[in-house]
Design a protein around this ligand. Structure first.
Ligand code: ATP
Length: 370
C-alpha cells in the first residue's frame, strides 16, 4: 500500500465476506474509512450494518477478506488491542458503579494514576455536558444522559476510531435530534473518526461526511449525503433515501430522455441510445403549473398538508402517478401541468433484474452486469 493511502485511510475493508452457517451476511465488501471522517453505515434491518461494525471492532471474524487499520491487517488482533471503542444502542453501563467509576473504568484497567483519572473523567463529563454528575447513580439518569455517559466512557480511552451502533435508537425523537447535533459537534471538536450505524436515513443525512448505503450484504452507493440524495445510483437508493418518483423511461440519446408520455431534456449522458432506464424525480422538484403550460398534463388526485408543504398525487394523462411536494396547494380534481427542469431529472440504469429480463431472459442478473 502506498504511503499516501496509509495516511488517508484509517480503516480499510478488503473483499470482506461474512457467512453465518448458510446465511451470507456480507458478500464482497470493499470500504475505505478516511481519518477524521464521520462515516455512516445505513440500510434496512438485516442488511449487514452491525455485522460490519462488529468485524471492525473485532467481535466477529470475517469468513474471508482483510480488515486493515492504519495500513496493517488486524484480523488476528483481539478487540481490546485495537485502537477503537464501541458505543452500543443499549448503553451497557455498570449499574452498581457511580458515573465517575463508569467513566474511569477503562483507565483503571490501564492502571492510570488517580490524579490523571480524575482530570480525564472531569474533561469527559464536560465534553458530554454533564459537569458535576460524578457522584450520581446510573439509574437516576434519563436515557439521553445514560447514552452520554456511555459515549464519555468510550472516549476517555482516546480511541482513534469510535464505533457507534444505533446509539440514539432508544431515545425519543426530540432527544435524538438534540444528540445528533451534539455527536456531530463532538466529532468535529475531537477530530477522531466516527463509524456510525443507523437505519434512519434522516439521521444519516444530518450527521455524516460519508454515507455507505447497504442492502442485502452489498454496498449500493457510497458518497456524501448530497451525492446520495441528489444522484442516487439505483432505484433502491432513490427509494430508501427520501421519497421519489421512479418512472420507467427510455434514454433517447445523450441528454434526452422519454418518460411519462413526453420527451425531456436532462443533464445525463452515457446511457446509450433507445435504452430502457429508470428516471428519478424528487417530489419537491416537480413544479405544478397551469394546464397545457407544463411538459405533461395531469389531474390532482389527493392533497395532504404536512406542516411545511402539501403532498399531492397527480395522475398524468399517460397514466403515471406523480408525487408532488409544494408549498402551493392545487385542489383535488384540478387539471394541472407538470414541469421538471433538466437538472432535476436523474437517470439510473434499470435495476439489474429488469435489465437481465430485457436482454433475453437471463435469470441470473450478474450475467449482464459487466
Ligand atoms: P439491524 O438494523 O436489524 O440491526 P443489520 O443491518 O445490523 O440489521 P446484521 O445484524 O448485520 O444486520 O445482520 C445481517 C444478517 O446476518 C442478518 O440476516 C442476520 O440475521 C444475520 N446474522 C447476524 N448475526 C448473526 C449470528 N450471530 N448468527 C446468525 N446470523 C446472524
Amino acid at each position: 500500500m502506498s504511503e499516501k493511502n496509509r495516511s488517508e485511510n484509517i480503516i480499510e475493508l478488503v473483499n470482506i465476506r461474512k457467512e453465518f452457517d448458510d446465511n451470507v451476511a456480507l458478500k464482497n465488501l470493499n470500504l475505505n474509512v478516511r481519518r477524521n471522517e464521520f462515516l455512516t453505515l445505513l440500510g434496512p434491518s438485516g442488511c449487514g450494518k452491525t455485522t460490519t461494525l462488529r468485524m471492525i471492532a473485532g467481535f466477529e471474524q470475517p469468513t474471508s477478506g482483510q480488515i486493515l487499520c492504519n495500513g496493517k491487517c488486524i484480523n488476528d488482533v483481539p478487540p481490546y488491542l485495537r485502537p477503537l471503542n464501541t458505543v452500543f444502542q443499549r448503553y451497557a453501563l455498570f449499574p452498581h458503579m457511580s458515573i465517575y467509576e463508569n467513566i474511569a473504568f477503562g483507565l483503571r484497567l490501564k492502571k492510570k494514576p488517580e490524579s490523571y483519572i480524575k482530570e480525564r473523567v472531569s474533561a469527559m463529563l464536560n465534553l458530554v455536558n454533564l459537569n458535576g454528575f460524578e457522584k450520581r447513580s446510573i439509574e437516576s439518569l434519563s436515557g439521553g444522559q445514560q447514552q452520554r455517559i456511555a459515549i464519555a466512557r468510550a472516549l476517555v480511552n482516546e480511541p482513534e476510531v469510535l464505533l457507534l451502533d444505533e446509539p440514539l435508537g432508544a431515545l425519543d425523537l426530540k432527544m435524538r435530534q438534540g444528540m445528533q447535533m451534539e455527536l456531530k459537534d463532538m466529532q468535529r471538536r475531537l477530530g477522531i473518526t466516527f463509524i456510525y450505524v443507523t437505519h434512519d436515513q434522516e439521521e444519516a443525512l444530518t450527521m455524516s461526511d460519508t454515507i455507505v448505503l447497504i442492502n442485502e450484504g452489498e454496498i449500493q452507493q457510497m458518497g456524501t449525503p448530497e451525492d446520495i440524495y441528489n444522484e442516487p445510483k439505483n432505484a433502491f437508493v432513490a427509494d430508501f433515501i427520501g421519497e421519489s418518483n421512479i418512472i420507467d423511461g427510455t434514454m433517447v440519446k445523450d441528454f434526452v430522455v422519454h418518460f411519462s408520455g413526453a420527451t425531456f431534456s436532462c443533464v445525463d449522458s452515457g446511457f446509450g441510445e433507445d435504452n430502457p432506464v429508470e428516471v428519478v424525480v424528487r417530489p419537491e422538484d416537480v413544479q405544478l403549473v397551469e394546464k397545457e403550460k407544463g411538459q405533461i398534463n395531469g389531474v390532482v388526485q389527493s392533497v395532504v398538508f404536512l406542516g411545511v408543504h402539501y403532498e399531492m398525487h397527480v395522475l398524468c394523462d399517460h397514466g403515471t402517478d406523480w408525487l408532488v411536494h409544494s408549498t402551493v396547494m392545487s385542489p383535488v380534481g384540478s387539471e394541472v401541468g407538470i414541469c421538471v427542469t433538466p437538472e432535476n431529472i436523474h437517470i439510473m440504469e434499470k435495476s439489474r433484474k429488469a435489465v437481465a429480463v430485457d436482454v433475453g431472459g437471463a435469470d441470473d442478473a450478474s450475467e449482464v452486469e459487466a
